[in-house]
Write a protein that binds this ligand. Structure first.
Ligand SMILES: *Cc1c(COP(=O)(O)O)cnc(C)c1O
Length: 496
């Protein structure tokens, strides 16, 4: 299986399976008079494959088994929490009142949906310790952009217009510098110290009256909680900057500590990383942003609120409010409403106690695997981790083996690989995040596989270099796949 299969897909395409005259649909007899079809608009020939229903179902079901997914097995991708999409979420999101509501319906007719959004805002406030929340942003990176615009608007509103720089640690998620520079800010990188914390001396040196603020992922992408967090926040506040928290992966902190209480001025949540909504190909993301009291007036418009107080026998009327100095709308309509229903379901299902348990298990599971790998893999910042940790995917005794080879070999053991080559401050990084939803047997099987691979690397390195061996396709030529992108395997010739 070492042959490059990236461009020579061996699986028959739906066109290969086509057989003239075969069909999967039966049209009912027309109940309207037949009419001539308009001339000129129609093609005489359309090269569509001809198949029966079972052929089509089997073809695509078969293809779907080539994909690894969260319903298949462990998915230890770091900086990317949430590998669990409860099936009940899909039931609630499909309730007709939620699924078929139109965003432009009069508010009187969608009070239940508005109450759900309002309650979700309230819960996110309570979980994070912030004063106000917008649900609009479509994903984490979009939340960051929203946050940076709010920070900029806050400074400008005070006549403080010299601030153009965003301080970002070298352990930050890649979207942090991207969203800052998209907002027209200059990004200044702050190094980490030997324990994986923000280097306070470097932070102090970079802080001046031109700084918009600091964007801090905490726990950072090494999975570490910054040991001098309060001091770092203090330094930035002293020079007049704001502190933005990247709360994409809040799993380790739920119910234990609140970013708003720690001194962060604003932060985004990723509903698709902490509150169980599907990630990536499973559906749109959602990146609500929470802000402190002094930034509440700058939130995107509208937010959901009570527009008319209730009285004895009348419920309050929920509707749209526009914050006084709003940065404006950043998403069409009201954000990804279907995701709000799922996140609401998840939070309601767990309650306060359950949310805290999520954090405890996220931290326990990561530390358990870390402890099992200790001594077999180098762990560069070896201290108690939060929801994830990073190891080096290389050994002096196996000079030819790289992190990529370990990742590919894991597929032979039927595990999805962890994130690799990120964060950049760890050489040959493998970033492992088991998440709170895995049981001990699965964690052990995963650790066993990694330990076995560490041995193979030294005794049979070719096993790793040529992996994967057991997947439907072997090692891809990733460079060629990116350069000569083939989006469609084959299209039939059109008969003239
Ligand atoms: C995933 C992630 C983001 C970006 O979130 P998206 O929804 O993918 O845009 C930002 N920061 C961190 C730490 C993340 O893990």
């Amino acid at each position: 299986m070492t042959e490059n299969l990236a461009v020579s897909i061996v699986e028959p395409t739906i066109y290969d399976l086509s057989s003239p005259g075969r069909t999967g649909v039966t049209f009912p007899a027309p109940d309207v008079p037949k009419a001539e079809l308009p001339q000129g608009l129609l093609r005489s020939d359309l090269p569509l494959p001809e198949l029966g229903e079972v052929d089509v179902v089997r073809h695509y079901t078969n293809l779907s088994t080539f994909n690894y997914n969260v319903d298949n097995g462990l998915y230890p991708l770091g900086s990317c929490t949430m590998k669990y999409n409860p099936k009940i979420n899909e039931d609630t999101a499909r309730l007709p009142g939620f699924a078929f509501a139109h965003p432009l319906q009069p508010v009187e007719t969608v009070q239940g949906n508005l109450v759900l959004m309002y309650q979700l805002q309230e819960w996110l406030k309570e979980i994070s310790g912030f004063a106000a929340v917008t649900l609009q942003p479509a994903a984490g990176a979009h939340g960051e952009l929203t946050g940076v615009l709010i920070m900029h608007a806050y400074h400008n509103s005070r006549g403080d217009i010299k601030r153009k720089k965003m301080l970002i640690p070298d352990s930050a998620h890649g979207t942090n510098p991207a969203s800052s520079s998209m907002s027209g800010l200059e990004v200044v990188q702050i190094p980490s110290d030997g324990r994986g914390n923000l280097d306070l001396a470097a932070l102090k040196a970079a802080c001046d009256e031109t700084v918009v603020g600091l964007m801090l992922t905490n726990p950072n992408t090494l999975g570490l909680f910054d040991e001098h967090l309060e001091e770092a926040i203090q330094i930035v506040h002293t020079c007049g900057g704001l502190v933005y928290g990247d709360g994409a992966n809040l799993n380790a902190l739920l119910g234990i500590i609140r970013p708003g209480d720690m001194g962060f001025d604003l932060m985004h949540f990723n509903l698709h990383k902490t509150f169980s909504t599907p990630h990536g190909g499973g559906g749109p993301g959602s990146g609500p942003v929470g802000v402190s009291e002094k930034l509440a007036d700058f939130l995107p418009s509208p937010i959901i609120g009570i527009v008319e107080e209730g009285q004895d026998d009348r419920l309050p009327l929920y509707g749209f409010l526009s914050p006084a100095k709003s940065i404006g709308r950043i998403k069409s309509f009201n954000g990804h409403f279907g995701m709000f229903v799922r996140a609401y379901t998840y939070i309601a299902m767990h309650g306060a106690e359950g949310l805290r348990e999520i954090a405890e298990y996220a931290v326990l599971n990561a530390n358990y695997i870390k402890a099992r790998l200790n001594g077999k893999y180098a762990i560069p910042y070896d201290r108690t981790c939060m929801h994830e940790f990073v190891v080096e995917g290389q050994w002096a005794a196996a000079p030819g083996v790289r992190a990529l080879d370990i990742a590919k070999r894991l597929m032979d053991y039927e595990f999805h690989p962890p994130t690799n080559y990120f964060p950049l401050i760890v050489h040959e990084a493998l970033m492992i995040e088991p998440t709170e939803t895995e049981n001990k047997a699965t964690l052990d099987a995963f650790a066993d596989a990694l330990i076995k691979i560490a041995e193979e690397a030294k005794t049979q390195p070719e096993l790793l270099k040529e992996a994967p061996h057991k997947t439907p396709f072997g090692r891809m030529d990733e460079v060629k796949a990116a350069r000569d992108l083939v989006l469609c395997c084959w299209l039939p010739e059109v008969n003239e």
